[in-house]
Design a protein around this ligand. Structure first.
Ligand SMILES: [Zn+2]
Length: 420
């Protein structure tokens, strides 16, 4: 329990019950250092009213003093933490402190009154939040809908917020952590709305690339544009281009399956300097096979690093992948690749853009467009000459999630020149 963290607790009147821990909790160790070990009960993770919550256990190597009652010492704390994954804030709702196996203190707060704060990076709160937010809760993944689990949560272990009464009394769970499996409360799995997505545009059939321009007036540029992407990079003019200037120190924040591609959004801070303009790296997404081709050759996969300047102008860096050795960045991303559409998943591991870019950043440059509707033009395109590799399994994993190829065919180059 971070000592700095202060929240108003209501002391539970009865401390007489003993800690029972016979529920089917599944403690997973998240971290351990010289002073403490942090675990989370992954069975307890639940999403409700846009909040995720989980029981967390901190085992201390030396006894800690209770901040409010310094005569009380404890070496283990079990806490019910709530996480607002969208705003990356958290709050504690219930606390149980034990000395060995004896409960010495417990407290609870109505989560509706709790102050949600941004956890200090790398604290227990932060680690538990990243883990919880990245996980699908049990009710959504494994609980069979028609067949609610027989295990009932013990009475009153429902940790859903209840308005606290004037007297401040709270209903305390007799045995944290409870296994909360009340199917009535559990959010039903949301249907994947891929059909709705592909109704707009797709890579095949009636809403395929040849039809994009006719699907909606806003998509007309897909048909009428003269600087469309992707292209075949056939003959380039040697222009003695300046080396690419990038800053790539900030990791991926979350990953989303938007039905057309898998997109990883970056934390702010990564930049590309082009034409003396600062473009901020927003996201990377993938296409199989590659969209741009080089001298007629298509690659197994292409990553697009999308950058935007302060006016909304775009610069995209394309990186090609041949089939070969696995890519570490892709590996970490794919571990959390979401199947469900438009449900971003927070990334636990640290993934830097540089892991998906070669060291040698020699490039081709040309003008182009978005390769998806509305096919807007005026995009600065950079395609890195040196390809990376991704394993066959990595490429197939992506294709299996997408269920189809997701590359727009190459477009006419018209009057454009490519420089290198
Ligand atoms: Zn793309």
């Amino acid at each position: 329990m971070p000592k700095k963290f202060i929240f108003s607790l209501v002391l539970i009147s009865s401390l007489s019950f003993i800690a029972l821990n016979s529920h089917a909790a599944a403690w997973v160790k998240l971290s351990e250092n010289k002073t403490s070990k942090l675990s989370i009960d992954k069975q307890s993770i639940l999403e409700k009213d846009k909040l995720k919550r989980a029981w967390v256990k901190i085992e201390y190597k030396t006894p800690q003093k209770n901040l409010e009652f310094p005569d009380k010492e404890y070496n283990q704390a079990k806490l019910l933490w709530y996480f607002d994954c969208d705003s990356q804030k958290s709050a504690a709702a219930q606390v149980f402190q034990y000395l060995d196996t004896t409960l010495v203190h417990s407290a609870a707060i109505d989560i509706k009154n709790a102050e949600f704060i941004e956890p200090v990076p790398e604290t227990e709160f932060d680690r538990a939040m990243r883990y919880t937010c990245a996980r699908k809760n049990r009710a959504q993944t494994s609980a069979p809908k028609a067949n609610p689990p027989a295990t009932q949560a013990p009475a009153k272990t429902d940790t859903s917020p209840k308005p606290s009464s004037e007297s401040g009394s709270v209903t305390a769970p007799p045995a944290p952590p409870p296994v909360v499996e009340k199917s009535a409360d559990a959010p039903a799995p949301e249907p994947e709305n891929e059909a709705a997505h592909s109704a707009h545009w797709s890579y095949e059939g009636k809403a395929g690339p040849k039809e994009w321009g006719k699907l909606k007036p806003e998509f007309a540029t897909c048909d009428t544009g003269k600087n469309q992407s992707p292209i075949d990079i056939d003959s380039a003019i040697d222009a003695d281009l300046r080396p690419l200037k990038t800053l790539q120190k900030f990791p991926v924040k979350d990953i989303v399956n938007n039905g057309h591609t898998i997109q990883a959004n970056f934390k702010d801070g990564n930049n590309l300097i082009l034409d003396n303009i600062v473009f901020k790296l927003k996201q990377v997404h993938f296409h199989t096979p590659s969209e741009n081709t080089i001298k007629g050759k298509a690659f197994a996969m292409e990553a697009h690093f999308v950058h935007a300047d302060s006016k909304g102008n775009l610069a995209v860096i394309g990186v090609m992948f041949n089939e070969g050795k696995a890519n570490t960045g892709v590996e970490k991303l794919w571990k959390q690749m979401p199947k469900a559409i438009d449900k971003p998943v927070n990334i636990i591991s640290r993934i830097l853009p540089s892991e998906m870019m070669p060291k040698n950043l020699d490039y081709y440059r040309f003008n182009g467009s978005l390769t998806t509707p509305p096919c807007s033009e005026g995009v600065r395109w950079i395609v890195i000459k040196t390809p990376l590799t991704a394993s066959k399994a990595q490429i197939e994993a992506f294709r299996n999630i997408m269920k189809h190829h997701n590359n727009r065919p190459v477009q006419d180059i018209n009057g454009r020149i490519i420089v290198e």
